[in-house]
Design a protein around this ligand. Structure first.
Ligand code: ADP
Length: 328
């Protein structure tokens, strides 16, 4: 059975981008057709300024939302990264495999690093090395497929390069994984700035739909989405990114095709209204289940404890083999 691995960073509240780009597929497809491992990657949250209590709260919230969205702990493994030491252990060996040049070329490092420097903040070394830890997350499990949004393509490419290089130097140790993306909405854009992705680590703003937003808040955000001053509804990502984003979101919610949907709408207003309704309906069961699960934190803890035990059992032999392979 193929192995699937993916994760979510607890750096903010989960967004519609996380749901459409990743979580929904984990629930609807991946857990049914593979031995799937899903992780709240909390070590990654320390690469930027963070508050310890907030990271802890957001980790729990992310795990709870993963279960609320429908991950079934009887079918897949759900755990928190820092509960399994193998990730950090393997990361060091991969730091000895990667070069500083290839890490400095990572787009996310360049963007986030530039933002931090512009704000007068220092850049943590871990922001540079974070893709190596991500490679360790993936390679520790003998992963075949990594279902992610398009923003993660470059990091999965690096993971592949490191696996190949390690295998060439030290003998076959790691499966070389590949990224998979959803057909629609692989890159959900910010509703107020449709040229940048809807990311949970950004400043909270009205362009980001959070999974736990109240329905009327979600509706308002979508009705106020930036479009352009035209009238005709046309799917054109380059020229009309705001409109294309709404069409992608609607298509992802309803299972339609964004270009075909464009032809069905006489006005921007009608498109926004239907998109808002579709998103609210899509998220309703997730919000309801989340409200139930938060009343029983012990049950979530138990799932995470069992998940970590299983994850440890899966990762340890491969990480031990990697240590032996490099001569330790
Ligand atoms: P974030 O950028 O919100 O911090 P993470 O790094 O935690 O996201 O990513 C979790 C998953 O959600 C990844 O698979 C990522 O590709 C996906 N994802 C995040 N933002 C978006 C988006 N705007 N559109 C599509 N997928 C996204």
């Amino acid at each position: 059975m193929k192995r699937i691995f993916s994760g979510i960073k607890p750096t903010g509240h989960l967004t519609l981008g996380n749901y459409l780009g990743a979580l929904r597929r984990w629930v609807e497809t991946d857990q049914h057709q593979a031995d799937a491992v899903f992780c709240v990657v909390d070590l990654h949250a320390l690469t930027v300024e963070h508050d310890p209590g907030r990271v802890r709260r957001l980790s729990r919230q992310a795990a709870t939302l993963m279960l609320a969205a429908g991950l079934d702990p009887e079918r897949c493994t759900v755990f928190v990264q820092s509960h399994v030491d193998e990730h950090a252990r393997l990361s060091y060996l991969l730091e000895c495999t990667a070069t500083d040049g290839e890490l400095r070329r990572m787009i996310q490092y360049k963007e986030k690093g530039a933002r931090a420097r512009a704000a007068g903040e220092s850049v943590r070394l871990s922001l540079l090395t974070y893709p190596v830890l991500m490679a360790a997350d993936i390679l520790a499990y003998g992963t075949d497929e990594v279902p992610v949004g398009e923003d993660q393509t470059q990091h999965v490419e690096l993971t592949r390069d490191l696996a190949v290089r390690f295998n060439q130097r030290y003998g076959h140790t790691f499966t070389v994984p590949r990224a998979t993306h959803p057909e629609v909405a692989a890159r959900v854009m910010d509703l107020q700035d449709p040229t940048s992705k809807m990311g949970k680590s950004h400043e909270p703003g009205s362009g980001i739909v959070y999974l736990l937003d109240e329905p009327d808040v979600t509706r308002r955000k979508i009705m106020r989405a930036v479009t352009d001053s035209g009238h005709e509804v046309r799917y054109d990502r380059a020229e009309r990114p705001g409109l294309a984003n709404l069409l992608d979101i609607l298509a992802a919610c309803t299972g339609g095709d964004p270009e075909e949907l464009a032809g069905a709408y006489p006005s921007y207003g009608a498109l926004k209204k239907d998109t808002a309704d579709a998103v609210v309906e899509l998220l309703r069961p997730v919000r309801e289940r989340h409200a139930e699960l938060v009343t029983d934190p012990g049950a979530v803890d138990a799932v995470l404890r069992r998940g970590a035990e299983r994850a440890r059992g899966l990762a340890r032999p491969r990480v031990d083999a990697a240590y032996a392979a490099v001569g330790l």
